[in-house]
Design a protein around this ligand. Structure first.
Ligand code: NAD
Length: 302
């Protein structure tokens, strides 16, 4: 693992979204100058507190202006892009709308970064490319980055195409560093209260192998990815170290996916979305767990 110096000024897209809010707050807290960009919100400090630009990323001109300091009142000198803006899941909008928005936004972000000479792009891919909702069982567990994407929805297809697109942008520019973070299901602390109820039905959250990512750990992964200095495109699964369940990971796999090969000795609650590569290559280490937020009495009562 080698690191470059952290970028001084960064654009974060999707800045008023669930993950974006945590990322902007975290990067600002560690001293990064952030231009927060989104097509929604921004006036309310609960959305984003600080420099903000309202822009629709499906319009290339708006992206170029944001990245080059062309917008009045905003500084130039952007050194890296964190691209989180998207319709964030299948089924929220029509398939064609999801594809049109997400593919255009990401192409424009990648292309405008190239046009602006920005050499560092971190973007949100998704755990979905691993084969969610796993109606077809995973090839082995814990799942990792070693098998080809298996998108099962239009949303996921677009994320898989973004990963492919990043590889070509990096082929065109040997100095470019592009890091795709395959986030698990993003959670804020307020989301943890119902977690103990998940235990009643092992099928209920098998769709992502019982994984999750605390938004604050997601933000830490972005910070780590921003200092990754190996040119080329690479992808990393970003999840928490444990599952959403109280039952053991081994017992869940044995019950729900009995035919799937388990490739390692599993810790009691060990994630089945492997974060070994992110640990090894990015220095990512989750600091949070839902278990720290749900009161033990409450847990016992569920
Ligand atoms: N939420 C999850 O569980 C999850 C899991 C894996 C990956 N992801 C990915 O992480 C990223 C962030 O997700 P989130 O949960 O914060 O979603 P979110 O919906 O809370 O935030 C996404 C933001 O993107 C903005 N946006 C969408 N299209 C835009 C456009 N054309 N121009 C400008 N802004 C636009 C929205 O206004 C919104 O504020 C997304 O790329 C999503 O696909 C999310």
């Amino acid at each position: 693992m080698t690191n470059s110096a952290p970028p001084r000024r960064v654009v974060v897209t999707g800045a008023t979204g669930k993950l974006g809010r945590a990322v902007v707050a975290h990067l600002r807290a560690v001293g990064v100058d952030v231009l927060a960009v989104d097509r929604a919100g921004g006036r309310d400090p609960r959305d984003v507190d600080g420099e903000f630009l309202l822009a629709d990323l499906t319009d290339y001109g708006q992206v170029v202006e944001a990245f080059t300091g062309g917008v009045d009142e905003h500084a130039d000198g952007v050194e890296a892009i964190v691209h989180l803006a998207a319709v964030p899941a299948p089924g929220l909008r029509s398939n064609a709308t999801t594809f049109a928005n997400n593919s255009a936004a990401t192409y424009n972000v990648f292309a405008a970064a190239r046009a602006a000479g920005i050499k560092r792009v971190v973007w949100a891919s998704s755990e979905t490319v691993l084969g969610l909702p796993f109606d077809t069982p995973p090839p082995y567990a814990p799942v990792d980055e070693e098998y080809a994407p298996r998108p099962e929805s239009t949303y996921s297809l677009n994320k898989a195409l973004e990963e492919e697109m990043a590889r070509h942008f990096c082929r065109w520019d040997p100095e470019l560093v592009m890091v795709g973070l395959r986030f698990s299901n993003v959670m804020d602390v307020e989301d943890y209260a119902p977690f103990p109820s998940f235990d009643a039905d092992p099928q209920a959250r098998r769709w992502n192998l019982w994984g999750y990512i605390d938004a604050r750990d997601g933000a830490q992964a972005v910070e780590r990815a921003l200092v990754h200095d190996r040119p080329g495109a690479d992808v990393f699964i970003i999840a928490n170290a444990d599952t959403v369940m109280t039952r053991s990971s081994a017992s869940l796999m044995a019950e729900v996916y009995p035919g799937v090969e388990i490739r390692k000795e599993l810790g009691e609650h060990e994630t089945l979305l492997s974060i070994d590569k992110a640990r090894r290559m990015l220095g990512y280490e989750p600091r949070h767990s839902w278990r720290d937020h749900v009161h033990p009495v409450q847990r016992a009562a569920w």
